[in-house]
Design a protein around this ligand. Sequence first.
Ligand code: NAD
Length: 499
Amino acid sequence: MEQIGHWIDGKRVAGTSGRTADVMNPATGEVQAQVALASKAEMDAAVASAAKAQVAWGATNPQRRARVMMEMVRLINRDMDKLAEAISREHGKTFPDAKGDVQRGLEVIEFCIGAPHLLKGEFTDSAGPGIDMYSMRQPLGVVAGITPFNFPAMIPLWKLGPALAAGNAMILKPSERDPSCPMMIGELLTEAGLPDGVFQVINGDKEAVDAILDSETIQAVGFVGSTPIAQYIYSRATANGKRAQCFGGAKNHMIIMPDADLDQAADALVGAGFGAAGERCMAISVAVPVGEETADRLIERLVPRIEALKVGPYTAGTDVDFGPVVTKAAKENILRLVESGVAQGAELVVDGRDFNLQGYEDGFFVGPHLFDRVTPDMDIYKTEIFGPVLSTVRAASYEEAIGLAMDHEYGNGTAIFTRDGDAARDFANRINIGMVGINVPIPVPLAYHTFGGWKKSGFGDLNQHGPDAFRFYTRTKTITSRWPSGIKEGGEFNFKAMD
Ligand code: NAD
């Protein structure tokens, strides 16, 4: 059985805690590897080594650090298929979708090549007689990333790109469900020229996370995962004086106005609701058609599309729309919520409860489900299901529809489908949600904008990637300098390269 340890000081090392977790193949239900779960002592040692390595890395000029990112872009492109295969094998998502996971992370690494520009400070010449004032953005030191199972390439890359380009060392604690891709990223960073110790992958569970939160060396924690854990990490990290940004769960609504192109809306809903088996924080899980007629016409279009979805293992390549969910427990939780929806009076229009895939009976496959006439008091509306289940809530008016999205505790993403610019504009202005799509179902911002939810989907002040990431991973120092007199030396006429 494959044993996955940690990536420390530029090499794979075995865990020493004696504790491990099973890494499953969700398509077959088999254990395919065991991952080490770090003890507090292992974490503390890795942090101490990262702190030593950070000193020289932080003093390396930003252009040289950016060159490591440049080389990473080449290496990730070179190994795209290998990385995607590792993701599909442990996560279960389809191979094309796994490549998308790598691609969206890669785009942030591309953005980080421009780090020297973002790290520039400000300068005021002659703020007083002989006085100049300037600010510099300096790295924080050692920072940590704690990441979820559903994007094992993208989210680690979103964190490590800006953190390392800004001169920090990073401890990554990825999800214990799919640790292979983060370990491969560690190897690629070393191949790209990152000095040993500047990036460490420490696998583990709560013990490793708590060691990060209580570490006196770690200065900042970037977390992505479920809301209860995001809230826990935010409180404990900030109570210990750390900077924290913690992104949580979601319940993303898509509003369909009576004037929308309903075929386009139905296609969008099927992709955004069922892609990656609904295991995306930006998945649309609630459709809100406005008006009974819109709702009837939408359901009519959704049913055949959902019934035609192909569910299967990633090894089927492009012949499959979505794969299994990540664990047996996740599957049971989804099916329990579906039962609660039926018991609480929602109409199960597409029933995937009996879904069974021949030859993969022990895999964690869940068939697609569509609910109609869901109401806000039901558990399937209040809870993040994180599975292939789309709920329809019928709204009588635009005001009722926007009110539903605004009153929900989550505020990650949302979308409106309409042909009316006035409605779209009003929606974008008033909605209390971080990322908004207008006729775009999954409005994930590109690398040079920032990504972050509102309400219970995000805790902390700054978003992920884009310019915010460089603010998060640096602190500002402002210098006031006065040179009342001095010996003016002769000029230097050679055009010198930076050392
Ligand atoms: P999770 O909260 O179970 O785990 C996330 C990380 O926290 C993992 O590294 C895990 O090891 C660690 N962890 C789990 N339990 C812990 C505990 N009790 N104490 C300390 N650490 C703990 O989340 P997940 O199931 O891996 O990911 C799915 C969730 O992530 C969904 O809720 C999804 O919406 C959310 N998500 C959010 C975003 C976003 O940007 N808002 C992006 C992707 C995923």
